[in-house]
Design a protein around this ligand. Structure first.
Ligand code: NAD
Length: 300
């Protein structure tokens, strides 16, 4: 008999992820607060539920892809321990794929463990296109045993699954990765603008740096200057991709974690200021643009 996955949070990311799990042969119990998202999930082969508690009832896996840590805590713990934890089957494995603070993962993970329920945090790398295509990478925090068990479902959504350590470690890996992404995207935009301001063609400069020591992922896969690369957000008015607001959320989580661990993060902190400055520049909120639009800050 097919195993059941309860999937909570069918937004930009969760919609495609739930569809891929259904495609892999699992029975998917789908829940979201938005009816249109439930309809889309149903069209993709999931069974829609109008109540989260009913969706998780008897499920072998419970997956969440929610906006932030406060909502994840609210959904699992509730106000007076009336959250989903008290409705999840004892044999179930909870997999939280949302991007949250490591402290949120540890808090919910501890409550799950206290209730005798297995938990891993498993945030993702890759955006909406990767969620739809089933090519996400997962950074997992949890025991070796639960990591192995989670792979059964995670492999339906992407080929690359890594165990970063115990509960919370997946969330730490995610914010470290995205802090570095912000730094090299801002640095790439800065270097390309310096070249253009000094008469260079950004395409020629990109080709040179791709074969030189400045080569990095932003330059290679996601060039921020319009027209240099086809099929990336910069060549589509910075639409689609990974929003400035989401990058700012992740940089906020990185700053929070650095405060807790007393780590120095001057580059991450500068990147956060730059993205904030960019979001509020030019008299309009640029939070919904792709994050490579940081190029505009340098251009202006
Ligand atoms: P989204 O806002 O599109 O989707 C979130 C969904 O959760 C919405 O459909 C919303 O209705 C639903 N929701 C909110 N509260 C709920 C509740 N109490 N019960 C049930 N459903 C509820 O966001 P998204 O872009 O899909 O991002 C989801 C998570 O993935 C975030 O943590 C984000 O940081 C992370 N992430 C996003 C991207 C990206 O490119 N969009 C990439 C990597 C990670």
């Amino acid at each position: 008999m097919s195993k059941t996955v309860a999937f909570i949070g069918l937004g930009n990311m969760g919609g495609g992820m739930a569809a891929n799990i259904a495609k892999a042969g699992f029975v998917v119990h789908a829940f979201d607060l938005v009816q249109a998202n439930l309809d889309a999930a149903q069209a993709a082969g999931c069974k829609p539920f109008t109540c989260a508690k009913e969706a998780v009832d008897g499920a072998d896996f419970v997956l969440t892809m929610l906006p932030n840590g406060a909502i994840v805590e609210q959904v699992y713990l509730g106000e007076n321990n009336d959250g989903l934890l008290s409705h999840v089957a004892p044999h179930a494995l909870i997999i939280d794929c949302s991007t949250v603070a490591p402290a949120n993962s540890r808090h919910v993970g501890k409550a799950a463990q206290d209730a005798g329920i297995a938990f891993v945090d498993a945030p993702v790398s890759g955006g909406v296109a990767a969620a739809n295509a089933g090519t996400l990478a997962f950074m997992v925090g949890g025991s070796e045993r639960n990591f192995e068990a989670a792979k059964e479902v995670l492999s339906a959504m992407g080929p690359n699954t890594f165990r970063a350590g115990d509960i919370g470690a997946g969330s730490v890996a995610k914010i470290c990765n995205n802090m570095l992404l912000a730094v090299h995207m801002a640095g790439t935009a800065e270097a390309l603008q310096l070249g253009m301001d000094n008469g260079l063609d950004p395409k020629a400069l990109s080709e040179i740096m791709l074969k030189s020591s400045g080569c990095n992922w932003s330059l290679e896969k996601y060039n921020p200057v319009p027209g240099v690369m086809d099929g990336v957000p910069s060549s589509n008015d910075y639409q689609g991709g990974f929003m400035v607001d989401l990058m700012l959320k992740d940089l906020g989580l990185a700053m929070e974690a650095s405060t807790g661990s007393k780590s120095s993060v001057p580059m991450g902190s500068a990147a956060r200021s730059l993205f904030n400055l960019h979001k509020n520049s030019g008299g309009e909120d640029k939070g919904a643009l792709d994050f490579s639009s940081i190029q505009q800050l340098y251009k202006n």
